[in-house]
Design a protein around this ligand. Structure first.
Ligand code: HEM
Length: 400
């Protein structure tokens, strides 16, 4: 039966940041009636269903990263833009910064940071959950891992936010975004030269990457720069969005919040539900290496296709009652969320992100009885077709 598309969902510009503000009615329409859509404005395809995204992510020969993972934006030398052997090599070199020993160090440091942030919040009458906790934790952790001087940290964060805004599509790569990128490059070069001058003897992440060597292969200077960018883009705002979005949701559901206090062993499952629910990345793109038919439409060789993760995480074919936030959800009977992607490019920082969200939940639920929004100061969301989430969440904390 021919489906008549409601006017509001005809000619959707999927790169426009506002398209993904409160998008679930639109995603529901596409999930049900039009699982693949050609976006005429940006000349890219978009897919929505869980199984379609899984199929595409797993078929890395047909759907490659090497032509770009953002819509109509060319690739750079970072690992996310590599395929096959080159990707494996680069990912292995970068992974030398994420060994079990490094992870234990980060876990301890994350715990210290969370305790300090919650101490400071409890001393205030009113807090902003985003700036005081959710954004501060990943930003400080990454800056510590890289050993960035304290005074440079706010500027780095600001450049990264601008670079992320540019990830929505070419028309969002403004002069301000280009300036932010140039500033980040200068900052990287300074860090790089400092480490070379110090004989690469430190234990920070950039030094680990400079020293990393597998079978005689090393990361070259441009790869180092773009892995550095990727770490910041992939690691800071996404985790911020998950922690803030999770706490905001829980603050409106005291029963589920209290359940985490009564039984902290529920927290790891709650972390997965938060990731499913918030889903910070709106999408990643792939390029078809051959014509590929999906639901009667043909993705032509050379065309890009966007994988709409937040839609897949609410696909009723996979998740029971998908629009209900439920920390008790049984993922083993339903499906794993796709917030970290899948296949060869599955998020390298997933363990780190999970531990940051878990530690935030543990500390908050144990020390804060109730999180209340502030009257007249509603939460503020960032509009984005790349990384979505809260930019401000004013709240009053009731201590235990
Ligand atoms: C809640 C937080 C996070 C979310 C939702 C997230 C999500 C993602 C997604 C969707 C991808 C692409 C996967 C694909 O194409 O199949 C990705 C890749 C990546 N992420 Fe994350 N990420 C998060 C945190 C982090 C952190 C903390 C780091 C590092 C410290 C990180 C580093 C990376 C890297 C390096 C890649 C590229 C991997 C590759 O190309 O092989 N991410 N992430």
């Amino acid at each position: 039966m021919e489906n008549k598309c409601p006017v509001k969902f005809q000619n959707v510009d999927f790169c426009a940041p506002s398209t993904h503000d409160n998008p679930y009615e639109m995603y529901d329409y596409f999930l049900e009636h039009e699982p693949i859509r050609f976006d005429e404005t940006n000349e890219v395809w978009e897919v929505f269903r869980y199984d379609d995204i899984v199929t595409i992510e797993r078929d890395a020969e047909t759907f490659i990263n090497g032509e770009g993972v953002r819509p109509n934006i060319p690739p750079d030398p970072g690992m996310i833009y590599q395929d096959g052997e080159q990707h494996n090599k680069q990912r292995a070199l970068v992974s030398s910064g994420f060994t079990p020993r490094q992870m234990r160090k980060m876990e301890d440091r994350a715990h210290e940071i969370v305790v300090d942030l919650v101490d400071k919040m409890l001393a205030k009458d009113e807090v902003d959950i985003v700036t005081d906790l959710a954004g501060a934790l990943p930003a400080r952790l990454i800056a510590d891992m890289l050993d960035i001087p304290e005074e440079k940290r706010p500027a780095v964060l600001n450049w990264i936010n601008l670079i992320i805004a540019g990830g929505c599509g070419p028309e969002y790569v403004t002069d301000e975004v280009n300036d932010a990128f140039s500033n980040f490059c200068e900052h990287h070069e300074e860090m790089y030269q400092d480490r070379i001058a110090a004989g690469c003897t430190g234990s920070d992440l950039l030094t680990i990457w400079i020293n990393a060597e597998i079978n005689g292969e090393k990361l070259d200077e441009s790869q180092l720069l773009f892995e550095h960018v990727l770490l910041n883009v992939g690691g800071a705002e996404t985790t911020r969005s998950a922690i803030a979005g999770g706490l905001e949701r829980l603050s409106n559901d005291q029963k589920q919040y209290d359940a985490l206090y009564d039984d902290p062993s529920l927290i790891p499952n709650a972390v997965e539900e938060i990731l499913r629910w918030v889903c910070p990345f709106v999408n990643m793109y792939r390029t078809a290496t051959r014509d590929y038919e999906l639901h009667g439409k043909v993705i032509k060789e050379g065309q890009q296709v966007g994988l709409t993760y937040p839609a897949a995480n609410r696909d009723p074919r996979k998740f029971e009652d998908p629009h209900t936030f439920n920390i008790f959800r049984d993922f083993s009977k339903e499906a794993k969320h796709l917030s970290f992607g899948l296949g060869p490019h599955f998020c390298l920082g997933s363990s780190l992100a999970r531990l940051e969200i878990r530690q935030s939940l543990e500390e908050m639920t144990q020390r804060v009885k109730r999180i209340r929004g502030v009257e007249g100061k509603p939460p503020v969301y960032v509009s984005s077709s790349f990384v979505r989430g809260l930019s401000s969440y004013p709240a009053i904390l009731e201590p235990r």
